[in-house]
Design a protein around this ligand. Structure first.
Ligand code: PHE
Length: 338
């Protein structure tokens, strides 16, 4: 009996040693330790062992099981290491890691966020309004008469309902003043739409940033100082800024703002970047009617407003010659801003 345990152990250890993979190793385990394995069957034979030999037989059995279990574990570890090494064969772990493409912000997003950042530091809060507007908020409340060319069907996208795609973000001025009393200092970046012929400098959908400041005693120097500061933050502290008299129905006096800049590869020149002016009292009067109060009494409050094209600012900043590049999403173009 004792001898047979010795040979069972020897045979099992040999089978374990000969195993070449996880499968044959498991076969070896089952053959010796399984329910019907050689060692299990031998252990069942303890019933027939004379009582005085039982202890010695038990010890022998345990020793054999311990040795076999240890051999199995050792072989399993060796096989695993072998498999790991095989899996890595031919892989050069010293090669630099492959670059993961992470994307980058769109130039318009960069410009918009920079503009918002500058104006927020000056106390302007973000405001918002619908892109599908009515004529009242886009034109009438902004003192724009019915026969103004901007209201023409040729220039504006109208829906059958009579609503329209806002032609400028100035409608947000009205929406904000309807819902909030002064003092008010807001900016509203967003899309605007015009039926323009599409070319290198025009798209039918473009991006503006509107600003409005209303309080007691807001004056023209406030407007000038704010926007001069803004464009110098935007384009460099020594940038020259000029205000050219202009006309908008909703501001009086009105100006267009030019900055003197050198676009990449060109000689420095004056470039128009924004419209602005002091809020026309007629706009405040219209608000008194729609709000049914005197919060915007033109005798009490004054204000300034401005609007700029963000696409334009991006084109100036990076010397982009064709506005269509901003909407084509060509990765070769976009990755230059990463
Ligand atoms: N809404 C004007 C435009 O789109 C710009 C502007 C805004 C002018 C605010 C004056 C005040 O051209």
């Amino acid at each position: 009996m004792n001898e047979s345990i010795g040979s069972i152990q020897t045979a099992a250890l040999a089978q374990i040693a000969a195993a070449t993979d996880v499968r044959t190793l498991d076969d070896a385990r089952v053959a010796v330790l399984g329910k019907k394995g050689t060692l299990s069957l031998a252990a069942a034979g303890i019933k027939e062992v004379p009582p005085q030999e039982k202890a010695a037989f038990g010890q022998l059995l345990n020793a054999a099981r311990t040795a076999i279990t240890a051999a199995l574990a050792e072989k399993q570890a060796a096989l695993r290491e072998q498999a790991d090494r095989a899996a890595l064969a031919g892989i050069d772990l010293t090669l630099p890691a492959r670059r993961v493409p992470v994307g980058s912000l769109h130039p318009l997003t960069l410009i918009r966020d920079q503009a918002i950042g500058i104006l927020r530091r000056m106390g302007f809060a973000l405001a918002d309004g619908p892109e599908i507007e009515d004529e009242f908020h886009c034109f009438d409340a902004l003192n724009t008469p019915a026969d103004h060319p901007a209201r023409n069907e040729k220039d504006t996208f109208y829906f059958d309902s009579g609503k329209l795609l806002r032609t400028h973000t100035s409608s947000v001025q009205i929406r904000t003043m309807e819902s909030q009393p002064p003092p008010l200092r807001i900016i509203a970046p967003g899309s605007a739409y015009r039926r323009d012929e599409i070319d290198a400098t025009h798209l039918s959908a473009f991006n503006q940033l509107e600003g409005l400041y209303v309080d007691r005693e807001v004056s023209l120097p406030d407007l000038k100082g704010t926007l001069e500061y803004f464009f110098r933050e935007m384009f460099g502290t020594s940038t020259e800024v000029r205000f050219r008299p202009h006309f908008f129905p909703f501001t009086e006096p009105s100006f267009e703002i030019d900055v003197k800049l050198q676009i990449k590869g060109q000689t420095p020149r004056w470039i128009e970047v924004a419209g602005c002016g002091m809020v026309d009292p007629a706009v405040f009067e219209s608000l008194s009617q729609s709000r049914k109060d005197q919060a915007y009494d033109p005798e009490q409050v004054t204000g300034f407003a401005f609007g700029m094209g963000l696409d334009r600012l991006a084109m100036i900043r990076w010397g982009i010659k064709d506005i269509r590049l901003l909407i084509e999403n060509d990765v070769r173009f976009l990755k230059q801003f990463a």
